[in-house]
Write a protein that binds this ligand. Structure first.
Ligand code: DHB
Ligand code: FE
Length: 290
């Protein structure tokens, strides 16, 4: 049976890709952020995941405002990155695990999540940046160390799914992964956030106090976060701060007893309060999910 080893949440700001390409990891601006990944590299080397289920939001590469699925899941054996115009080098394709994708699709639809299935899906900075941060050496090698199953959540075109709904989506994915017959080690990833707003009168908005509450509650009491409406969230975290929906889905997929083993919070990275967390998932008796 598959094992869910834990979850990682990471910002996905495109400027990080440019900093990596220009080898600026040790510059004063970038160092406190990149050093926050030292622990992640060590953790991944110890935990050796086979597959990453990645919750993120598409930024107009697959879906635009005219056609916007609330939840879409990749079912491909390879995901290509495209030039998005942020001066980020296009990374090599990432292999997908289509068998796990179809298993998750079957389980999600049976669980009344009527997802859009994508047998072709491009990947943008919301996936490539966290992947390059997690595996800085390997991304330029022959292969990536994991296969992925990308799950896209609409954080762009209102109405957005609620915080509670995304948490439940994660729960459904977590149950399905646990029931997967393959002997594989699965990690769950949530990308984006924390507070940020890229446009309008509040461009540059960051809310440190609310970010700290999110970082605390996502570990200890994620249900408390499901009580906020999307409009509250936009007010408190900014119009792009709603990318935290990806983090909630990641947390929902951790079905066991959850502990935090790492957290790095740094302001600013571009327009964003950047945060990285690593959560471990400890199996508990059936039906006693934390
Ligand atoms: C930035 C943040 C994002 O979430 C994004 O998708 C693009 C850019 C930024 O802060 O620059
Ligand atoms: Fe984004």
């Amino acid at each position: 049976m598959a094992t869910i080893i834990g979850g990682i949440a990471s910002t996905h700001v495109p400027a990080i890709g440019k900093a990596i390409a220009e080898n600026k990891q040790n510059d004063a601006y970038w160092k406190p952020f990149f050093r926050g990944f030292d622990f992640v590299h060590d953790w991944l080397a110890r935990k050796k995941p086979d597959i990453a289920v990645v919750f993120s939001n598409d930024h107009g590469l697959n879906f635009f405002l005219d056609k916007m699925p609330t939840f879409a899941i990749g079912a491909a054996s390879e995901y290509r990155s495209e030039d998005e115009g942020w001066s980020i080098p296009v990374s090599r394709p990432i292999p997908g695990d289509a068998t796990l994708s179809w298993h998750l699709i079957d389980a999600l639809v049976a669980d009344e999540f009527d997802v859009t299935t994508c047998q072709e899906m491009l990947i943008d900075h919301a996936i490539t940046i966290p992947m390059k941060l997690m595996w800085p050496g390997e991304w330029s090698g022959e292969t990536w160390p994991v296969k992925i199953v990308p799950i896209s959540i609409n954080t762009v075109q209102h109405p957005l799914p609620s915080v509670a709904r995304c948490f439940k989506l994660g729960r459904s994915v977590g149950r399905a992964v646990e029931a997967y017959p393959g002997d594989v080690r699965v990690m769950i990833v949530g990308t984006g956030g924390l507070s940020h707003q890229l446009d309008g009168e509040r461009a540059g908005f960051i809310n440190k106090e609310f970010d700290q509450l999110c970082l605390d509650k996502i570990v200890s009491d994620p249900d408390a976060l499901t009580r906020y409406s999307i409009h509250d969230w936009v007010k408190l975290a900014g119009s792009q701060g709603v990318e935290f929906l990806n983090w909630m889905a990641m947390r929902g997929a951790l079905t066991g007893h959850v502990t935090q083993v790492h957290c790095n919070y740094h302001i600013p990275i571009s327009n964003t309060a950047a945060a990285t967390i690593v959560l471990e998932n400890h199996a508990v008796a059936a039906n006693a999910a934390a």
